[in-house]
Design a protein around this ligand. Structure first.
Ligand SMILES: *Cc1c(COP(=O)(O)O)cnc(C)c1O
Length: 496
């Protein structure tokens, strides 16, 4: 009998071996495809996007799973197809959003996170990851100067802002956690007129309504300053509203402006308000500037949102909310009514789950940890210096070129500009069309926004692997495309 059983398991082992071999081959092929794709994606001559109409793309992708599975070959075909049609965000002409580039150790971390597939709620099921997340939170707290602080990785800056707003609300109205907001109060939050739209979403989610977010007037550099803020607070109080939070933005999405954090801190202290700093975009610059210059006063704030998936360019998603007073988190967020996950044992105080808005949560700290160890504090500071330098270079390029016009004084990493057009041409429509033409031809992806002076091409410098020559190429393509459009307009008007 025992012998029989042995041979039986041996047979199973053998069969498993052959399918395992096929899977190993597939994996090897996928790795080959990945390295080839990456090399191609980084090549400046590769179109940054293979621009397709949705119907064509849908057909090529063969979207619907079929009755019988497509197996290994189908898997490889689908992967190739997806890669072919993915936007090449590691391409030097990808300048469209606040993430991009390719971070080698961060990418390795992302792979290992998927490989080891666990969930961040308990030390028990994610021991190393829990210690790594704790170490990363502590490391980041050392930059804010919050020794008794705490923090948690979130699903992004929007989620960090939401968690901060919830914390502030529950701290101001402590009965809310158990019983909801007290009747009759009209809580309000103050933020830069150009604060991120996630502030509105957060206000919606926490039940105070989007109109509870009061936009504060900005100065000529797009900064929220103390005087304008105080005026807005007084007006709201006169209207019978109850201020409970101020959000400073450390790097606005559109102009890269940093609110005057120290002036805001004065006001927050004077009125006893929670002071959140949304550093989702510009937060990474703290690595080179410490608490000087743009971050002066941050040590007096209460919460700080920092997105390593933007400026530290590790793969999306990687975001953190830091909290100055660890007890706030425990008092107002922590819920442990899930005794099927959370057990009272020797290590349960290490569990991240109770303080997160999620239950299951990805290991996003690993890629940051690997990247930070790979580059070192100094290496990351140098990467921040590099992107600042690239932004200065791009600003200078715009200022020195007759065809281009700077639309906002560069504050950090956002360079807002447009193509100058002759009289009789709508400059806003022209620049919007120019931008779409660059995308359709795969030459560059750059985004736009609306500023006081009109539609603005918003060039964002966050990829420290770019060189001046990459920016030269981008501007050359931009200008050539604009000239081509001008001559088409001219040709059309003379033929009429
Ligand atoms: C990008 C951004 C956010 C949102 O971050 P996500 O990770 O995209 O959710 C919040 N605030 C500012 C200022 C941002 O630029």
């Amino acid at each position: 009998m025992p012998q029989n059983r042995l041979s039986l398991t041996a047979g199973i082992a053998k069969r498993m071996d052959s399918t395992d071999q096929t899977k190993r081959d597939t994996l090897q092929r996928v790795f080959d495809l990945m390295t080839q794709w990456l090399e191609k994606a980084k090549d400046p001559d590769t179109p940054v996007i293979n621009y397709r109409q949705p119907s064509d793309l849908a057909e090529d992708l063969a979207l619907n799973p079929t009755f019988s599975g497509a197996g290994e070959l189908g898997l490889l075909r689908d992967v190739e197809n997806y890669l072919e049609n993915a936007v090449k965000t590691s391409n030097p002409a990808y300048l469209n959003q606040l993430f991009g580039g390719f971070n080698h150790p961060g990418f390795v971390g992302e792979l290992i996170t998927a490989l080891t597939n666990t969930s961040m709620y308990t030390y028990e099921v994610a021991p190393a990851a829990t210690l790594i997340e704790r170490a990363m939170v502590d490391k980041m707290l050392s930059y804010t100067g919050w020794e008794d602080g705490s923090g948690v990785f979130t699903t992004g800056g929007s989620n960090s802002n939401l968690l901060a707003m919830m914390l502030a609300r529950n701290n101001a109205f402590p009965q809310t956690k158990m019983h909801g907001l007290p009747a009759g109060v009209r809580p309000v939050v103050f933020a830069s007129e150009r604060s991120h739209f996630s502030m509105l979403k957060s206000a919606n989610i926490i039940g105070i309504g989007q109109e509870a977010v009061v936009g504060v007037d900005l100065d000529e550099n797009g900064q929220m300053r103390g005087a304008a803020l105080e005026k807005a607070i007084k007006r709201a109080m006169e209207d019978g509203k109850t201020p409970f939070m101020i959000c400073s933005t450390a790097g606005t999405t559109e102009t890269g402006a940093f609110d005057a954090i120290d002036e805001v801190a004065d006001i927050a202290e004077k009125y006893g308000l929670h002071h959140h700093v949304d550093g989702s975009w510009g937060g990474g610059l703290i690595l080179t500037e410490g608490r000087n210059n743009r971050f002066r006063g941050l040590e007096r704030a209460d919460t700080f949102a920092w997105n390593p998936h933007k400026l530290m360019n590790v793969p999306v998603v990687c975001a953190v909310l830091l909290v100055k007073d660890a007890q706030l988190m425990d008092r107002h967020i922590r819920t442990m009514d899930a005794d099927y996950i959370y057990h009272d044992n020797e290590n349960s105080q290490l569990d991240f789950g109770p303080a997160s808005l999620q239950c299951g949560r990805r290991v996003d700290a690993l890629k940051l940890w690997l990247a930070w160890k790979y580059y070192g504090d100094d290496g990351y500071a140098a990467r921040m210096d590099k992107v600042l330098e690239l932004a200065s270079y791009a600003t200078q390029y715009v200022e020195e070129n007759d065809r281009l016009e700077l639309l906002f004084p560069t504050q950090s990493l956002n360079v807002n500009f447009r193509f100058r057009t002759p009289d009789g041409i709508d400059v806003n429509l022209f620049n919007r069309d120019l931008r779409y033409r660059l995308i359709r031809t795969g030459q560059a992806m750059v985004n736009y926004c609306h500023l006081e002076r009109g539609l603005s091409i918003r060039l964002v410098l966050l990829n420290p692997d770019l060189e001046h020559s990459d920016l030269d190429r981008f501007f050359e393509r931009f200008i050539a495309c604009g000239k081509e459009m001008l001559s088409e307009i001219e040709a059309a008007s003379t033929s009429r």
